[in-house]
Design a binder for this molecule. Structure first.
Ligand code: FES
Length: 573
C-alpha cells in the first residue's frame, strides 16, 4: 500500500518546536482543543460573503453547513474572507477587480496552513476569481455556489434579474410605463437570497463549474434558499476531506476534456458570453491550452436546449425543477467526455447516470431545440483581427446578416451625451459602435456593450440593432451585440479607426466582421489616430492598465498566467 502524502498543514501545526507552538497557540484563542492539530486535514473555506455583494450575502450561513460536513469527515474547517467582487455595486466595474481578487485568493491559500479548499462563490466575478487563484495553487478544491434567487414576481408576472431591468428601462424611455411603475418592480425582482436567476453570468458560471466536474451535481441550479443547497454544502464539506486524503488535486479534474465539456454545456444552456473570457483566464492559470476558436468549434453543433431568459422564457427555478445540469447533460451526453473525472470521485457519466428530465418545455429534447446551433460565435475580419464574440441565440435573427452605416461613440460618456439627441443621424439599419471600453480603455472592460437604443427609435417600436464594442455585456442582456473586439481601440485596434458613416458588415454564419474601408485609407487614418489607454490615478488601476491582456486571452494579468504551486519553504519567525 502506498504511503499517504504528508499533510501540508503539518508543516505549521506538527512538531514541538517554537514555530509549531506559535502556530497552535494563537489558533487556540478560538477554543480549539489539542487534538484538532493532530494531523487531520485542514480545510480552508474561501468565502466571498459581503453585504455589499448582495448575491453572496447568505454565504456565512452556507459556510456553517460546509463546516458541519468537514467536522463530520474528520477535518478542521477554517473560514477566511477574500475580496468579494459584487456586480451590482462595484464601480467602475467588478471586472476591474476580478484579477485583484484572484491574487488575494491565490496568496491566501498558499500562505496559510490549509490542505484543501472549499470555494464559496455566487455573483458573476466571484466564481472565476476564486477558481483562477485556486488553479495557480493546485490544492484539492471543491466549489459551492450560493445558488440563484427565487423567480422574481411582481403584479402577477414573472421577472428575471437583469433581463427585465433592460426591458422595463427601455419601456420607460419609450413611454410605455411610468417611472413609478418601473421603481415598483425593484423588490419583486429580488425577493430572496441568491444571485441573478436568469441564465446570466452567475448562473452560467455555476453551471460551468458543475460541468467542469469541480462541484457536486446540482450545484448550478438549486435555488439559494432551497434546503437542498445546505445539504449540498454539507456534502461538499465531507467530500473535500476525502479529496485531501485521496490527493485529488485541482489539476486532476481541471483538464482540457473538462473545459470541452463545460463549453458544450454552456452552449446547451444558452450561457453568457462572459464565460468565454473567464474560461480563457482560468485555463491560462491551469496551463491548459484553450483558445477563442475552441469556443466556436466546440459550441458550433450544440443545440441550445435550455429555454431560459435572456434567450428564452423560463428562469433558474424551472431549470432546477426540470432536473438541472445533470439532466441536461444526459441529453447531450453523446457530445461529452463522460469518462472525465470529477470531485465526487466518479466520472461525469457516473454522476449523471440516474438523472432524468422532468419538463421538456424547460430542457427541450434534441429534436425540438430552442436554437439549433447554439454556442457563442467568434467573428473575425479587419475590424477584429484577434476576434470578437456574439451570442446568436440572444439576437434578432434578421440582424445576424447585416450591413449598415456606423454611428461611432468614442467612450461611454460620448455615447450617453449623444444617444438621445433628436438630431443624431441614426435609423434601425445603423450600426452603433462604442470604443475605449475594453480592458485598458475603460479600464476594466465593463458591461456596457448592450448599448441602449436611441429614444426616437424605441418610440417607433425598434427593439434591436447591431451594436459593436470592445466592452462586455451582462449575461442577462440580449440583442445583436458584438462584444470583446480584440485588440481594443485603446490598444491600437482598428475599432479606433471607424468613422461615422463607414459601412460595416456582420455575417454571423460566415463568422465575419468587416469594416468596408480599404486598407490604404485605414493606414492613412492610423497615422492620425493615437490609441490611448485610460488615464489612471495610480494604485491598482495603474497595475491593471499596464499588465492586463486582451479579451481573446482572458484579460488576466500577464504575470499571473500559470501555476505557481502551493509550496512556501520559508517561515516568518
Ligand atoms: Fe450578482 Fe447578477 S448581480 S449575479
Amino acid at each position: 500500500m502506498s504511503e499517504r502524502k504528508p499533510l501540508r498543514s503539518q508543516a505549521w501545526f506538527g512538531g514541538q518546536d517554537k514555530d509549531a507552538f506559535i502556530h497552535r497557540s494563537w489558533m487556540k484563542n478560538q477554543g480549539h482543543p489539542d487534538d484538532v492539530f493532530d494531523g487531520r486535514p485542514v480545510i480552508g473555506i474561501c468565502n466571498t460573503f459581503s453585504e455589499l455583494t448582495p448575491c453572496n450575502a447568505h454565504l456565512r450561513d452556507l459556510a456553517d453547513y460546509v463546516k458541519r460536513g468537514i467536522w463530520e469527515a474528520g477535518g478542521l474547517p477554517l473560514e477566511f474572507p477574500v475580496f468579494s467582487t459584487g456586480e451590482s455595486n462595484l464601480r467602475p466595474t467588478a471586472m476591474l477587480f476580478r484579477n485583484l481578487a484572484s491574487m488575494d485568493v491565490e496568496e491566501s491559500i498558499r500562505g496559510n496552513p490549509v490542505d484543501g479548499v472549499v470555494l464559496l462563490t455566487g455573483c458573476d466575478k466571484t466564481t472565476p476569481s476564486l477558481l483562477m487563484g485556486a488553479a495557480s495553487c493546485d490544492l484539492p478544491t471543491i466549489m459551492v455556489s450560493g445558488g440563484p434567487m427565487l423567480n422574481g414576481r411582481h403584479q402577477g408576472r414573472t421577472l428575471g434579474s437583469g433581463t427585465d431591468v433592460w426591458k422595463l428601462s427601455e419601456d420607460v424611455r419609450a413611454g410605455v410605463i411610468t417611472p413609478q411603475q418601473f421603481a415598483a418592480a425593484e423588490a419583486g425582482m429580488s425577493r430572496s437570497a441568491g444571485h441573478c436567476m436568469t441564465m446570466g453570468t452567475a448562473s452560467t458560471m455555476g453551471c460551468f463549474v458543475e460541468a467542469l466536474g469541480l462541484a457536486l451535481p446540482e450545484n448550478g441550479t438549486l435555488p439559494a434558499v432551497d434546503a437542498r443547497r445546505r445539504r449540498l454544502a454539507q456534502l461538499s464539506g465531507r467530500r473535500i476531506v476525502e479529496m485531501v486524503r485521496e490527493d485529488l488535486i485541482l489539476s486532476k479534474i481541471l483538464t482540457r476534456q473538462a473545459f470541452e465539456n463545460a463549453i458544450r454545456v454552456t452552449a446547451a444552456i444558452g450561457g453568457s458570453t462572459n464565460a468565454v473570457v473567464h474560461s480563457l483566464a482560468i485555463a491560462g492559470r491551469a496551463e491548459i491550452p484553450l483558445t477563442l476558436e475552441d469556443w466556436d468549434e466546440l459550441g458550433r453543433d450544440v443545440p441550445t436546449l435550455v429555454d431560459l431568459m435572456p434567450a428564452g422564457r423560463f428562469l433558474m427555478e424551472e431549470f432546477c425543477y426540470a432536473g438541472g445540469v445533470p439532466a441536461l447533460m444526459t441529453r447531450i451526453s453523446h457530445l461529452l467526455h463522460t469518462d472525465a473525472p470529477t470531485v465526487t470521485g466518479q466520472s461525469v457519466g457516473e454522476n449523471i447516470a440516474g438523472a432524468s428530465v422532468w419538463n421538456d418545455e424547460v430542457i427541450r429534447p434534441l429534436d425540438n431545440p430552442l436554437v439549433a446551433h447554439g454556442g457563442i460565435v467568434v467573428l473575425r475580419g479587419n475590424l477584429a483581427p484577434r476576434g470578437a464574440v456574439i451570442k446568436p441565440a440572444a439576437a434578432s435573427p434578421e440582424l445576424l446578416k447585416h450591413r449598415g452605416k456606423a454611428v461611432v461613440f468614442d467612450n461611454i460618456e460620448h455615447f450617453k451625451s449623444r444617444i438621445d439627441d433628436p438630431d443624431l443621424e441614426v435609423d434601425e439599419t445603423s450600426v452603433l459602435v462604442l470604443r475605449n471600453c475594453g480592458p485598458k480603455g475603460y479600464p476594466g472592460m465593463p458591461e456596457v456593450g448592450n448599448m441602449a437604443l436611441p429614444k426616437k427609435l424605441l418610440a417607433r417600436g425598434v427593439r434591436d440593432m447591431v451594436r459593436i464594442s470592445d466592452a462586455r455585456m451582462s449575461g442577462t442582456a440580449f440583442g445583436a451585440v458584438v462584444l470583446h473586439v480584440a485588440p481594443e481601440a485603446a490598444a491600437g485596434g482598428p475599432l479606433g479607426l471607424v468613422r461615422d458613416g463607414d459601412e460595416i458588415t456582420l455575417d454571423v454564419e460566415a463568422r465575419i466582421l468587416r469594416l468596408e474601408v480599404d486598407d490604404a485609407e485605414l493606414a492613412r487614418r492610423a497615422l492620425d489616430t493615437v490609441a490611448q489607454p485610460a488615464t489612471s490615478r495610480g494604485g491598482y488601476e495603474r497595475l491593471y492598465i499596464d499588465h492586463v491582456m486582451q479579451a481573446d486571452t482572458g484579460a488576466d494579468f500577464d504575470f499571473l498566467v500559470g501555476k505557481r504551486g502551493a509550496a512556501v519553504p520559508r517561515e516568518s519567525h
